[in-house]
Design a protein around this ligand. Structure first.
Ligand code: C2E
Ligand code: CA
Ligand code: CA
Length: 434
């Protein structure tokens, strides 16, 4: 325990204070925070505002620091927060890296922003964790800089609504990028309602098989043959028209229906392979949350084993983010899938936080080099060298390499010269519905 004390407007009568405090930080725990927020109310003469903040890229930082040191970091963050705010400010620790703060006497938006900006400054100086400074460089030698994102809402009579509004603003801040401050507003509420409607529609579309699969060829660069395909989901909403999977997959993840979509995609890919064995292998994208559900793994393996397909005909593409969350569960489940005949490929390689040496711990048979690297192959050789270095490393580790987003001949020939085995992109073929 750091010895930090939660600052309160009033101590609860006859309450066991310890039970209301978060043991790590000493701040109010979520239930107590809501209770105190409700007791405070919106304020009469001047507004009260609620700030919800969390640490950017916390998962990656925690992964890099390890569990004991990440607790030390949270305590240090809590101490900074407390020292930066007026005494008697209500502060809650809402869980892991999420904190909430209620501030009084804020009569306009610019004052709320100024306060949030002052918190940014507080987090700018380096943290010393485990005896080492972690601004710029973490204990593992990996570059980590600490920043926070902040969502702000006006305190209303209903504490749950007020917390939800601030969280909505925080989510918007996260969508924009690290170190953002967003105030909750009416447009956000209306936007939320629209997303909610879309979520309901998407759920119905999957149930009624109104989504579809497109297949894009993956070319073997040694002989120019199409060895396989990537399955990409398509959805045309009744109310909003065609929606990109880059929008509806994150929405499905937030709504908790991504495992349902992934299950549907796998069934479609299996049927496709049964109908068209000449398609070669088919890669299906799988969301991180599916890999955490043991029942999803059981059903996927059972469905594949009943299909009569050979091991390796169906492969799963996951992103580096999937490996950062609950590593041991994901590790065990990836081993089960691989042993059950479903090899795992790492998608969007180079955009996440993992190093290839970290990836060796997972049963990954191949990487897909993100198209942002391929897009920069322009003849000056620099990006070609990055792709070439990634390729060599992956090949040394016995992994296959696929380049994504190949759009022109120069990229194609550069990739062949780097020793990259497979490629995919508009240069070879667009995703086509079947
Ligand atoms: P991804 O897995 O990286 O898929 C490749 C994306 O790049 C696809 O976008 C594809 O249409 C696009 N693409 C292919 N070749 C080129 C090219 O030469 N140039 C450019 N600029 N783009 C190219 P799409 O179909 O919009 O999918 C976006 C993302 O949505 C996918 O990125 C994947 O992360 C996700 N996704 C798609 N289908 C599924 C699915 O069934 N399940 C899950 N969980 N995610 C999916
Ligand atoms: Ca993919
Ligand atoms: Ca990709």
């Amino acid at each position: 325990m750091s010895g930090l004390k939660a600052m309160r407007f009033s101590d609860p009568p006859n309450a066991n204070t310890w039970a209301l405090q978060d043991p790590l930080t000493g701040f109010a725990n979520p239930a107590d925070f809501l209770r105190q927020l409700s007791a405070l109310g919106p304020g009469k003469a001047t507004r009260r505002i609620l700030l919800v903040l969390d640490i950017d890229r916390y998962r990656a930082i925690k992964n890099s620091l390890g569990y004991s040191h990440s607790d030390e970091l949270l305590r240090a963050v809590a101490a900074r927060l407390q020292s930066a705010l007026p005494s008697k400010t209500l502060i809650g620790h809402l869980g892991e890296d999420a904190f909430a703060v209620v501030v009084c006497d804020i009569d306009d938006e610019s004052k709320a922003r100024a306060l949030a900006l002052s918190l940014f400054v507080v987090f700018q100086s380096p943290f010393t964790i485990g005896g080492k400074e972690i601004r710029g460089r973490a204990t593992t030698g990996k570059r980590i800089s600490i920043s926070v994102s902040i969502g702000i809402a006006t305190v209303t009579a209903d504490p749950e609504v007020c917390l939800r509004n601030a969280n909505t603003a925080l989510c918007c801040a996260k969508d924009i990028g690290p170190a953002q401050i967003i105030m909750y507003d009416r447009a956000m509420r209306e936007g939320n309602a629209r997303w909610l409607q879309l979520e309901t529609e998407l759920r119905g579309a999957v149930d009624a098989s109104k989504t579809a699969m497109a297949y894009q060829p993956i070319v073997n660069l040694l002989n120019g043959q199409v060895d396989g395909h990537e399955a990409l989901m398509r959805w045309s909403s009744k109310t909003h028209g065609v929606i990109s999977p880059s929008d509806f997959i994150p929405m499905a993840e937030r709504a908790g229906i991504a495992p349902l979509l992934d299950k549907w995609a796998i069934s479609q890919a299996i049927s496709h392979l049964q109908r068209c064995p000449q398609a070669g292998f088919v890669n299906v994208n799988v969301s991180a949350c599916s890999l955490l559900e043991n029942s999803w793994i059981d059903e996927t393996l059972a469905r594949f084993q009943a299909s009569g397909l050979r091991a390796g005909q169906l492969r799963l593409e996951i992103t580096e983010t999937a490996l950062l969350n609950q590593e041991s569960t994901v590790h065990a489940n990836l081993i089960r899938l691989s042993r059950g005949g479903l090899p795992v490929i790492l998608d969007d390689f180079g955009t996440g936080y993992s190093s290839l040496s970290h990836l060796r711990l997972f049963p990954i048979v191949g990487i897909k080099i993100d198209r942002s690297f391929v897009a920069q192959i322009d003849g000056d050789g620099r990006e070609g060298r990055i792709v070439s270095a990634m390729t060599r490393l992956a090949l040394d580790l016995g992994m296959s390499v696929t380049a994504e987003g190949v759009e022109n001949e120069l990229q194609h020939t550069t990739l062949i010269a780097t020793g990259c085995g497979f490629a995919q992109g508009y240069f070879y073929g667009f995703p086509r519905l079947f």
